[in-house]
Design a binder for this molecule. Sequence first.
Ligand SMILES: COc1nc(N)nc2c1ncn2[C@H]1C[C@H](O)[C@@H](COP(=O)(O)OP(=O)(O)OP(=O)(O)O)O1
Length: 313
Amino acid sequence: MLPYPVFEGYSRKLMTLTMILKNNEILLGMKNRGIGKGKWNGFGGKVEPNETIDDAAIREVKEECGLDVISIEKIGIIEFEYSGSKELLEGHIYLCKLFSGEIIESDEMAPIKWYKIEDTPCDKMWIDHKFWFPMIQKQIPFKAHFKYLNDDTMLDSTIVIISNSMKKSRKTFVNFVIKKENQILLCNKIEGSKCLLKHKPVRNGESIENSAIRYLEWNYGMTAEQFQKIAVVDIEFIDDSCTQEIYFFVVDVTKLINTPLIEDSKWVNISDITVENLWPDYTFLSKLLMMEPFKAYFLINEDNILCSKYYNN
Ligand SMILES: COc1nc(N)nc2c1ncn2[C@H]1C[C@H](O)[C@@H](COP(=O)(O)OP(=O)(O)OP(=O)(O)O)O1
């Protein structure tokens, strides 16, 4: 399932943006004019007529920070959209680790500073930076789309990995929201962060429904009428060669005399579940509890969700 939006009838303006990295540091400049004035960013600008995008990236680095690029690698393409505009800024994102020369501040970019990656001033950068920067660090080719209302308000974000998706293996799981009256069973994933139950692997050649029946009937004595398939979710981990496809069932055990206990889980009042500490987010659980069929896609970097998308079935 690829959640990438399709654009028709939009014009495109080509831009480059090069992130220069050295050991654990990133070189950033403060933009003093034009697009992104007052924000820290990498180096780049518009692609001139009769210039290749790679050449534009190399030229912009030289113009904006004085460094000579020895080699660069294109790592992503980001479409920036502003609400109400029919023009997309198509930003070609480059990684540069090999360069020579001295840093020279320009009218357009000053000051220019090396920041430790962990000290990157994200609050003074474009909001999108934090979504895609892990891709740069891990050198994972990506495509992204960010829709802005204005320079400081993002309306929507999508990121997909473009090269390795096809090579990735896929594992299928089932999972269950087990509820009775106003409570659901939740397991503690890590301290303070709640999630649904553990995913259960679907066996080779077994259908999703039979897998759900196997877990629920065999282990907990439930009948097929008590559970309903609501959602399918694709989870892609940027570091992992495997993607997960998880089918979620909602199981109402209100009428069972002996309600099941499932490993590391406890009954929690739905009204006590807070938005902040539920993985992946509250939308997910509320859609399931409302029995609203949906598909979703999550792109995960370590414990952070870089992209979350919901689609109606
Ligand atoms: C809208 O969100 C953006 N996010 C990020 N991270 N970066 C952005 C965004 N919009 C633009 N950029 C980048 C792309 C380019 O690297 C610069 C803009 O370049 P500029 O318009 O200044 O282009 P130049 O050719 O250098 O312009 P001059 O004609 O002023 O020299 O920002």
